[in-house]
Design a binder for this molecule. Structure first.
Ligand code: SF4
Ligand code: SF4
Length: 402
């Protein structure tokens, strides 16, 4: 049957009342005029400025596909991949009382449609297919033949432990300082930990591209390797890895047998237990925090969200709570999701610039982020639109404060 996977969401697709809230942000009774003002809640809408690029419009497109009124042309398939699956529309719709039986989970619906397109042999688009091929062949999205664990050379990290760091592709191949900072922090606190001998890419790109069979192979490999290494807790520095492991692996392989956490959760525990002391206050000026979409909107209503922990860690490191930008916590504005840039370049660029402008608007000198991929989305625009705002990961901040 065509559209078998997205059909699971058929009721939800027809429950959307086309209220137009999802591209524009949550209802704020103190600012009723916000309704008339397009804001940056949906990065795809911000970049393309058409409802067809927002959750509401894509839901109407899916109704027409299901009813056979619309054909899945190559242009339409590409269009449905321009959404970066940031889950902002899920959060906005979930927060409204006017939708019976709970909110519309737009991002989940669009992902299922992609899986149907893959089953029909008409997706993913070229850029994402290349990344998925890289993961299948080299087990990293960059297609690199280099040693994945080169970032840990000379650090003498065992290949097993109850606490295992899941390094991710960006940390292993592009931005090694983030993982090296985490190692420094854990060693300062006397924590024993390991890294996998043969870690593969987390597979987030395969999952979001709709490549379900390939994603299941990836998930099985990493889960088995982590179990064999004795993992009880797996620590991520990347929000994409965090969501893939914590929320999408169980869909592919069942119960994991270990807990998946973000580094800020562990660092906060170590601070609370007095195992970590931050004595040196880094000179960073006014600090703001960028909530990564997948720390605050992963899973379903009621699932764990990582919102307070990063703020507590920043407060401990710099001596005061971070200043908040417009769009934070559950309603954070997406940075453009660098890992989806291959399919949505204009959304990626527009959202990254927009997020840096949000930081500049409150006079921030430093943006700290809880995700290594957000760091890479924000770094470029920070030099231009941000007039030289510094961008750093939470791990780098804490390592500087040790
Ligand atoms: S998905 Fe939700 S917020 Fe968006 S138009 Fe439909 S009902 Fe409104
Ligand atoms: S997932 Fe994000 S980019 Fe996609 S429609 Fe929803 S808010 Fe827009």
């Amino acid at each position: 049957m065509a559209y078998e996977k997205v059909s699971k969401y058929r009721d939800m697709v027809y429950r959307c009342n086309t209220c137009r809230r999802c591209p524009r942000g949550p209802w704020d009774p103190n600012q009723p005029d916000k309704l008339k003002t397009p804001v940056k809640q949906c990065p795809s809408y911000e970049a393309n400025y058409t409802l067809a690029s927002a959750s509401q419009g894509m839901i109407l497109i899916i109704r027409d596909l299901l009813e056979g009124k619309l054909e899945a042309t190559p242009e339409l398939v590409d269009h449905m991949y321009e959404c970066v699956l940031c889950r902002s529309c899920n959060a906005v719709c979930e927060g409204m009382d006017s939708i019976p039986l709970g909110g519309i989970q737009g991002a989940d619906i669009f992902r299922e449609l992609r899986a149907d397109f893959v089953d029909m042999g008409i997706a993913p688009p070229k850029g994402l297919k290349k990344l998925c091929d890289n993961i299948a062949e080299s087990h990293n999205r960059q297609g690199s033949g280099k040693d994945r664990n080169a970032w840990a050379e000379g650090l003498d990290i065992p290949d097993r432990g109850e606490i295992m760091i899941f390094a991710g592709c960006t940390g292993s191949y592009q931005d090694q300082a983030v993982l090296q900072s985490l190692v420094k922090i854990l060693r300062a606190a006397g924590v024993e930990f390991g890294i996998l001998k043969d870690e593969w890419c987390c597979g987030a790109i395969q999952y979001e591209s709709g490549m379900d069979d390939a994603f299941a192979v990836t998930a099985r490999h990493n889960v088995e390797a982590l179990r064999e290494a004795g993992a009880k807790r797996v620590v991520c520095v990347c929000a994409d890895c965090f969501k893939a492991l914590a929320f999408d692996y169980p869909k592919a392989v069942g119960e994991l047998g270990f807990e998946v956490i973000h580094s800020s959760e562990l660092v906060k525990e170590l601070l609370d237990e007095g195992k970590l002391t931050l004595t040196r206050k880094p000179e960073l000026g006014k600090v703001t925090y960028n909530d990564p979409c997948f720390l605050v909107r992963s899973g379903k209503r009621g699932d764990k969200k990582v919102i307070e922990e990063p703020r507590a860690v920043i407060t401990a490191a710099v001596g005061e709570a971070p200043a908040e930008m417009e769009g934070f916590g559950k309603y954070t504005y997406c940075c453009g999701r660098s890992i989806m840039a291959a399919a949505a370049p204009s959304t990626y660029q527009t959202a990254g610039k927009g997020r840096v402008k949000d930081a500049a608007a409150i006079g921030a000198d430093t943006i700290v982020t809880g995700c290594i991929n957000c760091k890479s989305s924000l770094k470029g625009p920070a030099g231009k639109e941000g007039g030289g705002i510094r961008v750093m990961s939470l791990e780098e901040l804490v390592a500087e404060a040790l």
